[in-house]
Design a protein around this ligand. Structure first.
Ligand SMILES: NC(=O)c1ccc[n+]([C@@H]2O[C@H](COP(=O)([O-])OP(=O)(O)OC[C@H]3O[C@@H](n4cnc5c(N)ncnc54)[C@H](O)[C@@H]3O)[C@@H](O)[C@H]2O)c1
Length: 252
């Protein structure tokens, strides 16, 4: 079967909402034993999806480590870690705040560093790590500077980890979503981004959580065994350029 994850032990952080929630459900449907770690209480919905849940603040190294230990205890090992949890806000660089930027860094990037360090100790050859970065980690994005710095760090750490963990048989990849309709995005952008992405992306629409979940699913599976160290943009082509039709609209 393609992209089969039967019996794999998978941890998804930040899966009480949005992209993580879509991912956890999809990986479960593909046969994986999924443990969700989230700061918010997602125990009831996790149970509905057939997933396990542990309340976790990923910015606390002890809790992050405890989450991975829980996966080993519940599911007999750790095959895949999806580092998805993040905090975000829109602030111009001219009003940058060190404490806030540091908080984003701890939650978004340091958790990935600690998660990868602890995951590699618990994984066997064939293991995979998927880190959710962002378009704003690789491209200038007005208003997203503090957050984007933390996401750029994830892309860098993904590349180095892929080189260091490759000889252990463990692959490490990042996914950079563009604009995805989640509670986070909607709370910040309302429907303005939804409308903008209909024009700005070659795909002609905003992304949905399952668009990202599908990419995680592929990268987590052994079908992607020759792919490591990559940062896959799942953005409807937003980052690639502008269609002739869009240029025509701007000029008309
Ligand atoms: N939605 C988008 O357009 C978009 C674009 C680019 C990247 N991303 C990335 O995708 C990922 C998921 O984002 P989303 O849009 O689904 O957001 P979301 O807010 O809907 O979900 C994020 C989840 O992370 C959890 N979380 C936050 N801080 C945490 C912590 N310290 N410990 C544990 N859990 C914590 C939240 O409780 C929530 O359940 C994030 O890494 C985000 O940066 C999203």
């Amino acid at each position: 079967m393609m992209f089969d994850l039967t019996g794999k032990s998978i941890v998804v952080t930040g899966a009480a909402s949005g992209i993580g929630a879509g991912t956890a459900q999809r990986l479960r449907r593909a046969g994986a034993n999924v443990l969700i770690g989230d700061l918010a209480d997602g125990a009831a919905q996790a149970a509905e999806w057939g997933c396990a849940f542990q309340r976790t603040d990923v910015s606390d190294p002890a809790q992050m480590t405890g989450l991975l230990d829980k996966a080993v205890e519940l599911h007999g090992g750790l095959d895949v870690l999806v580092n998805n949890a993040a905090a975000a806000g829109v602030h111009n660089m001219a009003e940058a705040d060190e404490a806030r930027a540091e908080r984003y860094f701890r939650i978004n990037a340091m958790s990935v560093l600690v998660g990868m360090r602890e995951a590699v100790k618990r994984m066997k050859p064939g293991g995979a790590i998927v880190n959710i970065a962002s378009l704003s980690g690789a491209r200038g994005t007005p208003g997203w500077g503090e957050y984007g710095m933390s996401k750029a760090a994830i892309i860098s750490a993904t590349q180095t980890a892929a080189l260091e963990f490759g000889p252990l048989g463990i692959r490490v990849n990042a996914i950079s979503p563009g604009g995805i309709a989640t509670p986070l995005s909607i709370s910040i952008n309302g429907d303005a981004l939804t409308r903008a992405l209909e024009v700005l992306t070659p795909a002609g629409r905003e992304g949905q959580p399952d668009d990202i979940a599908a990419a995680v699913h592929f990268l987590a599976s052994s079908d992607a065994s020759y792919i490591t160290g990559q940062n896959l943009f799942v953005d409807g082509g937003w980052s690639i350029g502008t269609t002739v039709q869009t240029i025509g609209k701007i000029l008309s």
